[in-house]
Write a protein that binds this ligand. Structure first.
Ligand SMILES: [Zn+2]
Length: 318
Protein backbone atom coordinates (compact mmCIF):
# COMPACT_ATOMS: atom_id res chain seq x y z
CA UNK A 1 0.00 0.00 0.00
CA UNK A 2 1.40 3.41 -0.88
CA UNK A 3 2.32 6.05 1.64
CA UNK A 4 -0.67 8.28 0.84
CA UNK A 5 -3.08 5.44 1.52
CA UNK A 6 -1.39 4.66 4.81
CA UNK A 7 -1.49 8.30 5.85
CA UNK A 8 -5.09 8.74 4.71
CA UNK A 9 -6.27 5.69 6.67
CA UNK A 10 -4.37 6.82 9.73
CA UNK A 11 -5.78 10.34 9.44
CA UNK A 12 -9.34 8.98 9.30
CA UNK A 13 -8.75 6.76 12.32
CA UNK A 14 -7.35 9.78 14.20
CA UNK A 15 -10.19 11.97 12.90
CA UNK A 16 -7.46 14.37 11.90
CA UNK A 17 -8.86 16.80 9.34
CA UNK A 18 -5.59 18.67 8.85
CA UNK A 19 -3.75 15.44 8.05
CA UNK A 20 -6.54 14.43 5.62
CA UNK A 21 -6.10 17.74 3.80
CA UNK A 22 -2.52 16.84 2.95
CA UNK A 23 -3.45 13.69 1.01
CA UNK A 24 -4.18 13.94 -2.74
CA UNK A 25 -7.81 13.69 -3.72
CA UNK A 26 -10.10 14.67 -6.59
CA UNK A 27 -13.05 17.07 -6.69
CA UNK A 28 -15.07 16.20 -9.77
CA UNK A 29 -18.33 17.83 -8.70
CA UNK A 30 -17.65 21.42 -7.72
CA UNK A 31 -19.51 24.58 -8.75
CA UNK A 32 -16.81 27.24 -8.56
CA UNK A 33 -19.30 30.06 -7.94
CA UNK A 34 -19.86 28.43 -4.54
CA UNK A 35 -16.60 26.52 -4.29
CA UNK A 36 -14.33 29.16 -2.81
CA UNK A 37 -12.33 29.48 0.36
CA UNK A 38 -14.31 31.46 2.94
CA UNK A 39 -11.29 33.07 4.59
CA UNK A 40 -9.79 34.13 1.23
CA UNK A 41 -13.08 35.80 0.23
CA UNK A 42 -13.27 37.51 3.62
CA UNK A 43 -9.69 38.75 3.29
CA UNK A 44 -10.27 40.16 -0.19
CA UNK A 45 -13.76 41.61 0.26
CA UNK A 46 -14.49 41.83 3.98
CA UNK A 47 -17.61 39.77 3.32
CA UNK A 48 -18.44 36.91 5.67
CA UNK A 49 -20.21 34.07 3.91
CA UNK A 50 -21.95 31.88 6.46
CA UNK A 51 -22.86 28.31 5.56
CA UNK A 52 -26.50 27.29 5.75
CA UNK A 53 -27.67 25.82 9.05
CA UNK A 54 -30.19 22.99 9.05
CA UNK A 55 -32.00 21.34 6.17
CA UNK A 56 -33.13 23.18 3.04
CA UNK A 57 -36.25 21.86 1.38
CA UNK A 58 -35.90 22.96 -2.21
CA UNK A 59 -33.62 24.51 -4.79
CA UNK A 60 -35.61 27.72 -4.23
CA UNK A 61 -34.39 27.87 -0.64
CA UNK A 62 -30.88 27.42 -1.95
CA UNK A 63 -31.34 30.31 -4.36
CA UNK A 64 -32.63 32.42 -1.46
CA UNK A 65 -29.50 31.65 0.55
CA UNK A 66 -27.51 32.64 -2.51
CA UNK A 67 -29.31 35.99 -2.84
CA UNK A 68 -28.82 36.79 0.84
CA UNK A 69 -25.17 35.75 1.15
CA UNK A 70 -23.77 36.55 -2.27
CA UNK A 71 -26.32 38.36 -4.40
CA UNK A 72 -25.68 41.22 -6.79
CA UNK A 73 -22.42 42.37 -5.19
CA UNK A 74 -20.71 39.27 -6.61
CA UNK A 75 -22.10 39.74 -10.13
CA UNK A 76 -19.21 41.56 -11.80
CA UNK A 77 -16.30 40.31 -13.91
CA UNK A 78 -13.91 41.15 -11.05
CA UNK A 79 -15.91 39.17 -8.53
CA UNK A 80 -16.24 36.28 -10.98
CA UNK A 81 -12.44 36.17 -11.13
CA UNK A 82 -12.29 36.35 -7.35
CA UNK A 83 -14.57 33.31 -7.13
CA UNK A 84 -12.35 31.36 -9.51
CA UNK A 85 -9.27 32.34 -7.48
CA UNK A 86 -11.00 31.44 -4.22
CA UNK A 87 -11.86 28.00 -5.61
CA UNK A 88 -8.22 27.23 -6.42
CA UNK A 89 -7.14 28.55 -3.00
CA UNK A 90 -9.70 26.26 -1.37
CA UNK A 91 -8.74 23.24 -3.49
CA UNK A 92 -5.02 23.72 -2.81
CA UNK A 93 -5.68 23.99 0.94
CA UNK A 94 -7.71 20.79 0.81
CA UNK A 95 -5.18 18.65 -1.06
CA UNK A 96 -7.31 18.50 -4.20
CA UNK A 97 -5.12 17.28 -7.02
CA UNK A 98 -7.72 17.08 -9.78
CA UNK A 99 -10.32 19.85 -9.93
CA UNK A 100 -13.13 19.79 -12.48
CA UNK A 101 -14.81 23.19 -12.75
CA UNK A 102 -16.01 25.56 -15.44
CA UNK A 103 -18.13 28.52 -16.40
CA UNK A 104 -21.77 28.43 -17.37
CA UNK A 105 -22.08 29.11 -21.11
CA UNK A 106 -24.03 32.35 -20.61
CA UNK A 107 -21.18 33.67 -18.46
CA UNK A 108 -18.96 34.15 -21.51
CA UNK A 109 -20.87 37.28 -22.61
CA UNK A 110 -21.58 38.57 -19.11
CA UNK A 111 -18.15 38.20 -17.49
CA UNK A 112 -15.57 37.67 -20.25
CA UNK A 113 -16.46 40.18 -22.98
CA UNK A 114 -17.60 37.30 -25.24
CA UNK A 115 -13.93 36.34 -25.56
CA UNK A 116 -13.47 32.60 -25.14
CA UNK A 117 -9.68 32.93 -24.78
CA UNK A 118 -10.20 35.39 -21.94
CA UNK A 119 -12.47 32.87 -20.21
CA UNK A 120 -10.02 29.98 -20.63
CA UNK A 121 -7.06 32.11 -19.55
CA UNK A 122 -8.78 33.36 -16.46
CA UNK A 123 -9.13 29.77 -15.17
CA UNK A 124 -5.60 28.83 -16.28
CA UNK A 125 -4.04 31.95 -14.80
CA UNK A 126 -5.81 31.38 -11.51
CA UNK A 127 -4.63 27.78 -11.50
CA UNK A 128 -1.02 28.91 -12.07
CA UNK A 129 -1.26 31.50 -9.32
CA UNK A 130 -3.13 29.60 -6.62
CA UNK A 131 -3.06 25.91 -7.50
CA UNK A 132 -0.01 25.13 -9.58
CA UNK A 133 -0.01 21.48 -8.50
CA UNK A 134 -3.67 21.00 -9.35
CA UNK A 135 -4.77 19.39 -12.61
CA UNK A 136 -7.54 21.62 -13.98
CA UNK A 137 -10.26 19.82 -15.91
CA UNK A 138 -12.10 22.68 -17.51
CA UNK A 139 -15.79 22.12 -17.91
CA UNK A 140 -18.54 23.64 -20.04
CA UNK A 141 -21.63 24.26 -17.90
CA UNK A 142 -25.29 24.55 -18.86
CA UNK A 143 -28.46 25.18 -16.86
CA UNK A 144 -31.31 22.82 -17.58
CA UNK A 145 -34.03 25.46 -17.66
CA UNK A 146 -32.40 27.43 -20.51
CA UNK A 147 -33.88 27.08 -23.98
CA UNK A 148 -32.04 24.79 -26.36
CA UNK A 149 -31.79 27.60 -28.92
CA UNK A 150 -30.08 29.88 -26.42
CA UNK A 151 -27.74 27.11 -25.25
CA UNK A 152 -26.76 26.23 -28.83
CA UNK A 153 -25.97 29.86 -29.55
CA UNK A 154 -23.94 30.31 -26.35
CA UNK A 155 -22.10 27.04 -26.97
CA UNK A 156 -20.77 27.98 -30.41
CA UNK A 157 -17.50 29.62 -29.27
CA UNK A 158 -16.81 26.71 -26.89
CA UNK A 159 -16.99 23.82 -29.35
CA UNK A 160 -13.60 24.02 -31.01
CA UNK A 161 -11.57 24.93 -27.95
CA UNK A 162 -9.34 22.03 -26.97
CA UNK A 163 -8.95 23.42 -23.44
CA UNK A 164 -12.30 21.93 -22.37
CA UNK A 165 -12.46 18.47 -20.82
CA UNK A 166 -16.16 17.92 -20.13
CA UNK A 167 -19.70 19.24 -20.40
CA UNK A 168 -22.24 19.27 -17.55
CA UNK A 169 -25.92 20.07 -17.12
CA UNK A 170 -27.33 21.35 -13.81
CA UNK A 171 -29.97 23.55 -12.20
CA UNK A 172 -33.60 22.50 -11.89
CA UNK A 173 -33.49 18.74 -12.52
CA UNK A 174 -36.86 18.60 -14.23
CA UNK A 175 -36.43 21.98 -15.95
CA UNK A 176 -37.15 20.30 -19.29
CA UNK A 177 -37.09 16.86 -20.84
CA UNK A 178 -33.66 15.27 -21.08
CA UNK A 179 -34.31 14.29 -24.73
CA UNK A 180 -34.10 17.97 -25.66
CA UNK A 181 -30.36 17.92 -24.96
CA UNK A 182 -29.60 15.02 -27.28
CA UNK A 183 -28.28 17.19 -30.13
CA UNK A 184 -25.96 19.15 -27.84
CA UNK A 185 -24.56 15.97 -26.31
CA UNK A 186 -24.03 14.33 -29.72
CA UNK A 187 -22.03 17.36 -30.72
CA UNK A 188 -20.10 17.31 -27.42
CA UNK A 189 -19.27 13.65 -27.93
CA UNK A 190 -17.99 14.31 -31.44
CA UNK A 191 -15.67 16.93 -29.94
CA UNK A 192 -14.23 14.36 -27.54
CA UNK A 193 -15.69 15.91 -24.37
CA UNK A 194 -16.53 13.77 -21.34
CA UNK A 195 -20.30 13.81 -20.94
CA UNK A 196 -21.84 14.56 -17.56
CA UNK A 197 -25.21 15.70 -16.22
CA UNK A 198 -26.86 16.28 -12.85
CA UNK A 199 -29.55 13.66 -12.47
CA UNK A 200 -30.98 11.42 -9.76
CA UNK A 201 -30.69 14.06 -7.05
CA UNK A 202 -34.34 15.12 -7.03
CA UNK A 203 -35.44 12.56 -9.63
CA UNK A 204 -35.72 8.78 -9.77
CA UNK A 205 -33.58 5.79 -10.65
CA UNK A 206 -35.33 5.64 -14.02
CA UNK A 207 -34.38 9.29 -14.65
CA UNK A 208 -30.76 8.28 -14.13
CA UNK A 209 -30.97 5.36 -16.58
CA UNK A 210 -32.76 7.47 -19.18
CA UNK A 211 -30.28 10.33 -18.98
CA UNK A 212 -27.32 7.96 -19.30
CA UNK A 213 -28.92 6.12 -22.24
CA UNK A 214 -30.17 9.15 -24.14
CA UNK A 215 -27.21 11.47 -23.62
CA UNK A 216 -24.61 8.63 -23.53
CA UNK A 217 -23.22 10.02 -20.28
CA UNK A 218 -19.82 8.95 -18.99
CA UNK A 219 -20.48 10.32 -15.51
CA UNK A 220 -23.50 11.34 -13.46
CA UNK A 221 -23.41 14.20 -10.96
CA UNK A 222 -25.31 12.78 -7.92
CA UNK A 223 -27.17 9.77 -9.35
CA UNK A 224 -27.97 8.65 -5.80
CA UNK A 225 -31.58 7.80 -6.69
CA UNK A 226 -30.17 4.81 -8.61
CA UNK A 227 -30.11 3.01 -5.26
CA UNK A 228 -33.90 2.56 -5.54
CA UNK A 229 -33.52 0.11 -8.42
CA UNK A 230 -31.38 -3.02 -8.59
CA UNK A 231 -31.63 -3.04 -12.36
CA UNK A 232 -30.45 0.58 -12.68
CA UNK A 233 -27.56 -0.16 -10.32
CA UNK A 234 -26.61 -3.16 -12.47
CA UNK A 235 -26.89 -1.02 -15.59
CA UNK A 236 -24.53 1.61 -14.12
CA UNK A 237 -22.06 -1.01 -12.98
CA UNK A 238 -22.09 -2.96 -16.27
CA UNK A 239 -21.61 0.22 -18.29
CA UNK A 240 -18.94 1.61 -15.95
CA UNK A 241 -20.81 4.86 -15.36
CA UNK A 242 -19.20 6.99 -12.68
CA UNK A 243 -21.32 8.73 -10.01
CA UNK A 244 -19.77 11.90 -8.57
CA UNK A 245 -21.47 12.00 -5.18
CA UNK A 246 -21.74 14.90 -2.70
CA UNK A 247 -22.94 13.59 0.69
CA UNK A 248 -23.34 16.81 2.70
CA UNK A 249 -25.24 18.50 -0.12
CA UNK A 250 -27.61 15.51 -0.16
CA UNK A 251 -28.19 15.78 3.59
CA UNK A 252 -28.60 19.58 3.67
CA UNK A 253 -31.01 19.49 0.73
CA UNK A 254 -33.02 16.75 2.42
CA UNK A 255 -32.31 14.18 -0.30
CA UNK A 256 -30.92 11.83 2.35
CA UNK A 257 -32.20 11.79 5.93
CA UNK A 258 -28.88 11.30 7.62
CA UNK A 259 -25.25 10.55 6.73
CA UNK A 260 -25.61 7.09 8.24
CA UNK A 261 -28.27 6.31 5.62
CA UNK A 262 -26.37 7.70 2.67
CA UNK A 263 -26.83 5.50 -0.43
CA UNK A 264 -23.14 5.76 -1.32
CA UNK A 265 -22.66 2.68 0.85
CA UNK A 266 -24.93 0.48 -1.23
CA UNK A 267 -23.85 2.01 -4.54
CA UNK A 268 -20.20 1.37 -3.72
CA UNK A 269 -20.85 -2.16 -2.46
CA UNK A 270 -22.76 -3.01 -5.62
CA UNK A 271 -19.61 -2.29 -7.62
CA UNK A 272 -20.52 1.10 -9.09
CA UNK A 273 -17.71 3.59 -9.77
CA UNK A 274 -18.30 6.33 -7.17
CA UNK A 275 -16.33 9.39 -6.13
CA UNK A 276 -16.73 11.83 -3.18
CA UNK A 277 -16.93 15.56 -3.90
CA UNK A 278 -17.88 18.96 -2.48
CA UNK A 279 -20.69 20.40 -4.70
CA UNK A 280 -21.18 23.87 -3.12
CA UNK A 281 -18.63 24.46 -0.37
CA UNK A 282 -19.83 27.93 0.67
CA UNK A 283 -23.42 26.83 1.30
CA UNK A 284 -22.90 23.33 2.60
CA UNK A 285 -19.57 23.65 4.46
CA UNK A 286 -18.55 20.60 2.49
CA UNK A 287 -14.91 20.52 1.46
CA UNK A 288 -13.72 17.17 0.19
CA UNK A 289 -11.72 16.19 3.29
CA UNK A 290 -14.72 16.92 5.51
CA UNK A 291 -16.87 14.72 3.26
CA UNK A 292 -14.56 11.73 3.77
CA UNK A 293 -14.39 12.32 7.51
CA UNK A 294 -18.18 12.66 7.88
CA UNK A 295 -18.78 9.38 6.04
CA UNK A 296 -16.18 7.71 8.25
CA UNK A 297 -17.52 9.14 11.51
CA UNK A 298 -21.05 8.10 10.63
CA UNK A 299 -19.94 4.54 9.94
CA UNK A 300 -21.04 4.65 6.28
CA UNK A 301 -17.82 3.26 4.84
CA UNK A 302 -14.62 1.93 6.38
CA UNK A 303 -11.29 3.73 6.20
CA UNK A 304 -10.09 1.28 3.53
CA UNK A 305 -13.24 1.68 1.45
CA UNK A 306 -12.94 5.47 1.63
CA UNK A 307 -9.32 5.25 0.56
CA UNK A 308 -10.33 3.02 -2.35
CA UNK A 309 -12.85 5.70 -3.42
CA UNK A 310 -10.23 8.44 -3.01
CA UNK A 311 -7.79 6.55 -5.25
CA UNK A 312 -10.56 5.81 -7.74
CA UNK A 313 -11.27 9.54 -8.13
CA UNK A 314 -7.64 10.13 -9.05
CA UNK A 315 -7.76 7.51 -11.83
CA UNK A 316 -8.54 8.59 -15.35
CA UNK A 317 -11.61 7.20 -17.02
CA UNK A 318 -10.99 5.23 -20.24
ZN1 LIG B 1 -23.92 19.95 -8.33
Amino acid sequence: MDINSNNFIQALKNRDLEALRKIPKADLHNHFVLGGCRTFIKEKTGIDIVPNKGVMHSMEEMHKWNDQNLGERFNSPEMRQLKIDATFVQAAKDGVQILEIGEDVWGLDVYFQSDIQMLINSFKQSQRQYGKDIELRLQIGMSRHCSINALEKWLEPFWDEKAFYSIDLYGIEHGQSIENFNGIYRNAKSKGLKLKAHVGEWGTAEDVRQAVEILELDEVQHGIAAVESKSVMKYLRDNKIRLNITPTSNVVLGRVKDYSEHPIKELYHSGIDVTINSDDILIFDSDVSKEYLRLYENGVLSERELDDIRMNGLKNLD
